[in-house]
Ligand binder design. Structure first.
Ligand code: JFZ
Length: 461
């Protein structure tokens, strides 16, 4: 009762969703009722942003993909799982974690210059190690490493200073929590594993622990998004997810939470199942782009630039700038956000190949960002043969990947009339176009302005 009263007072003061429970049909999210207008307002910065930086940084950067001479094709932050490292041994990485080259200002500059509008950093990954100064457990960067500082505090302050939204990843799966253990043939009971079990009574205790850490994260660092993960445990239910969603929204009513808080996610495809309402504000496709977006559904594809999230010193399978830029365009054309990962080293540096690629994206975004930020999905009924498209009220942006050899770009009809056409980088020079029943044909210059993607703007009515 006391909690409910507090909630109602808080919602009254903040005009938060709870205050609208009396309204007719505001059902948007089963766990925290709000009107469509309230939801649109809460999601607006995120929908506008389109592009963010994911940062996987933790103790796994110390082994950097190699343990006792053993390497793996698997992802770096899972080394406690694939190298079967018992807790007591994994803990020793803390003594070697001293990221003296960490520079919050530089990290944020790299993200900002790439055109990214938000940063999502691992506060605690599956290994259970807190990358911030947690008072709830001394298994954290301030108390357990020679660094003895809280880099997250600096990063949060710097992100805000440079105008980027600061956000947290938080893993529900925790390989270090005392009540958790691994029950799998041939595996060390205290190593990492895809799934853990909890000792009797351990779940209540652990949920309380998570909530205390989340309270720290929200009250100290004021994140704009909470990006949960590791929810696929047998002991974690959709009801638990809804309860946690509600808890986090109560601490910060306008926060945005991904769908991995509960059990709604459909595998790596990541969108939320539709058989019932699930907790979470957006879908989380991982290492892939859904073939078609879903109108009215928010989603964000997260991807690596090489093949790992956490740093591995020998992973050199880097995506080219062309692939990365076209992924960003592809995702925007389907109505999603792109969360692109970097895995900093144990010294605190973002690897040079990542920095180079982000600079290339930034160069493209500086000229062409208007065709990405604040846009919505393509209006064409099928995917364009020559590239992709995004839209804004009265505008269509065409992203040309394959330049027409005869300079004539055939654009299928989509129910609007083109009044003017020009290249985004030279708005003063109009392009000639001919209308026909099945669309318009634009007369382009002989050569692409940018071979990765040249953007044409169509003004429409
Ligand atoms: C998860 C994490 O495990 C991974 O380390 C990284 O943080 C990524 C962004 O998210 O990836 C998954 C998600 C689901 C499974 C495995 C890895 N799964 O269901 O086995």
């Amino acid at each position: 009762m006391r909690t409910l009263n507090t909630l109602l007072i808080v919602s009254f003061l903040l005009g938060s969703p709870l205050a609208t429970q009396q309204q007719a049909s505001p059902q948007v999210n089963a766990t925290f009722i709000e009107t469509k207008a309230q939801r649109d307002r809460r999601m607006s910065w995120w929908r506008e942003a389109r592009f963010g930086m994911f940062i996987h940084w933790g103790l796994y950067a110390v082994p950097a993909g190699e343990y006792n001479g053993k390497r793996s094709d698997r992802i770096g932050e899972w080394i406690m799982e694939w190298a079967d490292i018992p807790r007591a041994d994994y803990e020793k990485f803390a003594g070697q974690f001293n990221p003296v080259k960490f520079d919050a200002k530089e990290w944020v500059r790299i993200a900002k210059d790439a055109g990214m509008k938000y940063i999502v950093i691992t506060s605690k990954h599956h290994d259970g190690f807190a990358m911030y100064g947690s008072k709830v457990s001394n298994y954290n960067i301030v108390d357990a490493t020679p660094y003895r500082r809280d880099p997250i505090r600096e990063l949060a302050a710097e992100a805000k200073k440079q105008g980027l939204k600061f956000c947290f990843y938080y893993s529900i799966l925790d390989w270090h929590y005392p009540a958790a253990f691994v029950d799998a043939p041939g595996k060390n009971p205290t190593a990492g594993n895809r799934t853990t079990k909890l000792r009797p009574g351990g779940k209540d205790e652990y949920v309380k622990y998570m909530k205390e850490q989340l309270r720290e994260l929200i009250t100290i660092y004021d994140p704009a998004v909470l990006w949960f993960d590791g929810e696929w445990q047998d002991w974690w239910t959709e009801a638990d997810g809804q309860e946690l969603y509600h808890y986090v929204r109560t601490l910060k009513p306008d926060i945005i939470i991904n769908n991995r808080v509960g059990r709604g996610r459909q595998g790596m495809q990541g969108m939320s199942k539709t058989d019932q309402e699930y907790a979470g504000d957006f879908g989380t496709p991982e290492q892939q782009v859904p073939a078609n977006g879903l109108p009215g559904v928010d989603w964000e594809s997260c991807m690596t630039m090489n093949t790992t999230w956490g740093f591995k010193f020998y992973d050199d399978k880097w995506k080219s700038p062309e692939v990365i830029i076209r992924n960003l365009i592809d995702i925007a054309s389907k109505g999603g956000n792109y969360l692109l990962n970097v895995g900093p080293t144990a010294e605190g540096l973002i690897p040079a190949p990542s920095v180079e690629r982000l600079a290339a994206v930034g160069k493209w975004m500086k000229l062409n960002g208007a065709s990405i930020y604040g846009t919505t999905a393509s209006l064409f009924s099928t995917q364009l043969k020559f590239g992709r498209a995004t839209s804004k009220p009265g505008l269509v942006y065409l992203h040309i990947f394959d330049w027409p050899t005869d300079g004539a770009l055939r654009v299928p009809a989509w129910g609007k009339t083109v009044t003017k056409a020009y290249l985004l980088t030279t708005p003063a020079r109009s392009l000639k176009f001919n209308k026909s029943a099945d669309g318009v044909t634009l007369q382009l210059p002989a050569q692409a302005v940018d071979p990765i993607a040249t953007v044409v703007v169509l003004e429409t009515k």
